[in-house]
Design a protein around this ligand. Sequence first.
Ligand SMILES: Cc1cc2nc3c(=O)[nH]c(=O)nc-3n(C[C@H](O)[C@H](O)[C@H](O)COP(=O)(O)O)c2cc1C
Length: 405
Amino acid sequence: MHRKSIKGTKSNKLLGKGIVLGITGSIAAVESVKLSRELMRHGAEVYAVMSADAKKIIHPYALEFATGNPVVDEITGKIEHVYYAGDHDKRCDLILIAPATANTISKIASGIDDTPVTTVASTGFGKVSMLIVPAMHSSMYKNPIILENIEKLKKYGVQFLTPKFEENKAKLPEIDDIVRAVIKTLSNKDFQGLKVLVTAGPTIEKIDDVRFITNKSTGLMGIKIAEEFDIRGADVTLILGHTQLKSHVKTIKAETFLDMHKAVMANKDVDIAIFAAATSDFHVESSCEGKISSDKSFNINLVPNKKIIEEFSKVSKAFIVGFKAEYSLPEEELIRRAYERLQSSEMDLIIANDVGKEMRGFESITNEVYVIDKNQKIYHLPLDEKEKLSEKIVNIIKKYFNEKK
Ligand SMILES: Cc1cc2nc3c(=O)[nH]c(=O)nc-3n(C[C@H](O)[C@H](O)[C@H](O)COP(=O)(O)O)c2cc1C
């Protein structure tokens, strides 16, 4: 089978993984083309299997075109179900049924296989990881027999994604959420059992009740690092400053320096702590209630904040990684200043980046960083998307964390 080339590669997290995408007769089957393409953008090879009712909603040609692979819409003398999910080393890594109808869920729960999708599921049951993504009207989803069947399958280790409840429907979740669940299911859980704290985003310092001082950080770099640890099995707590960005990992919002300080100190019992937040260096000495009148000028006195990481390192046994943002510096100076901070703050690693350069640092989806250790060994991670950088950063952290253990 040829591999379909695809533009817009996002990661290699599913590279080498074979995914059977079971599509059943829900109107959400129209999303299966997009879902296939997104899985492929992370490196997966996708093989579509369709029920007869799925074919009434979307034509197999669309899936053949999207995946670059023939679509199985009947089980023939080639015994496709055994090829995909039987007991041999070429079988697929995951059976993903998305969308899954009430009918298909109940058939799998009862051990019935009379469609290509249920036959592949029946063959791989208990041996191949299975992720089911239900989609149906709420009235169907609330049927106690369907709910019982879902619970029954969960007991056998089948994973389910919770639908998006909207307009009286139990809809297919967002494609990104399905892809993330697939990546998590198939990832190497090398941080399983470890607790990780990540701070991200800017804090705000109030001038009055409507104005504040902040910085240009969006929190994206820290969020991507938190999500990478989450995918790899860690129990992650993300402390997120003042940003519109959100994450699916367990998040504590911390708007001000004081909020951030309090949240970090309350989470000192972790194995690894990454300080990626752009916490304000100053707070306003005395902020005012209400709205300061614009009739006359006024002065703001800024008082330096404590360094949260320094206080944290005194009370926590965590492996500590800090970030140091500088503005338009020569490379050696950027590294020298970061190393100085690493020494003064008792960190294990520090990550330096120059936010004065284009496409790096704040408000950018890309970054270029230098990871520096206590012996001044430097890892230069060239300009790349923050999502891809986060994987490399976490790999470096893993090496040092394991050595320190
Ligand atoms: C337009 C249309 C949309 C449908 N949407 C859903 C749905 O979202 N979820 C569901 O469980 N059944 C839905 N059905 C009903 C299923 O297609 C029907 O139960 C069928 O037997 C499912 O067969 P399958 O599970 O083998 O694909 C829909 C039917 C039609 C015609």
